[in-house]
Design a protein around this ligand. Sequence first.
Ligand code: ZN
Length: 352
Amino acid sequence: MTVLNALTVDVEEWYHICDAEPFIAPADWPSLPSRLMIGLDVLLADLAKAGARATFFVLGDAAARTPRAVPSILSAGHEIASHGCSHKQVYKMSPEEFEADLDRSVGILKEQGAGDVRGFRAPEWSIRPDSLWALDVLARRGFRYDSSIYPIRIIGMPAARPGLWRVSSGGGLKRAESPNTPQTAGPDSETPPLCKGRDGWGRCDRKTNLGSVPASTSPDPSLQRRGTEDGGTSTGNWALVEWTPPVRRIMGENVPFSGGLHLRLLPYKTIARWIRELNGQGVPALVYVHPWEMDPDPPRVQLGAVKRFVHYARIGAAREKLKQLLSDFRFAPIGAILDDLDPAALPEGPER
Ligand SMILES: [Zn+2]
């Protein structure tokens, strides 16, 4: 049996880099040259040649500046999902800011013909233990899947379960310890936010603001409904599917290999062997690339030494590695892969 792997693209400009404010301020973004279509056209041509389809997580700010990007992706038969709007890490936003940023991005993508936008990836994999509340926001806003958690140290959540898992109602939030988690319900919010009470995390009682209802035993009715609508079983109260990139456990560390710096640096044979091993167990891998990695001459932002290395080391290798992967493996958009899965049968996250 050939396993379908997920191919994903974070669609953003060369200057959409988290924490690059000392070098390039967001206020200056509109005056910088746009190179989005240069890398995107290269990527779309390579995918068309290989007959592969992918999920494109499009940044609202990039789509607003280059309105032909989304139609080009759609007309090539790919799936559109959201990468937020402002390229700010989720843990730097309040839940209200995050929801507004998310809504703004979806509005832009829909205006450009995207239809239903049901997948999300946070900038810099920024859903982690202190921002797991974002999974609840995504479920409540009707999202089907998220791919924003990286099971690695430094930028991610090393204890997270790699691969595909389901977030049951409140399941992502049971362990949330966010300082941003609101303790009172806003006057306009549809769903009471989570509060930590005697029995753990639960919905805030609007009158008492006590976390009197544990999230795990009394799921939000809107999350229940989502499970049913999407084919969840009668017992399935899952809210959202999460897909984290694969990692290899080497000397006590989770080592990534399917995107970014590691895809560019590791020998192709090693990457292919690890993906083949996963596929041999019937497990699909998730691969990710960026249009700026496909740009033959991307402008270099003067970042700090570590960030510069992570961002630009062997940048030209991304396209070559992807072309090899496209010839050796089968890929599909996340949405298409989920169509053939019963989320109720997936393991539950966020931890192993
Ligand atoms: Zn990004």
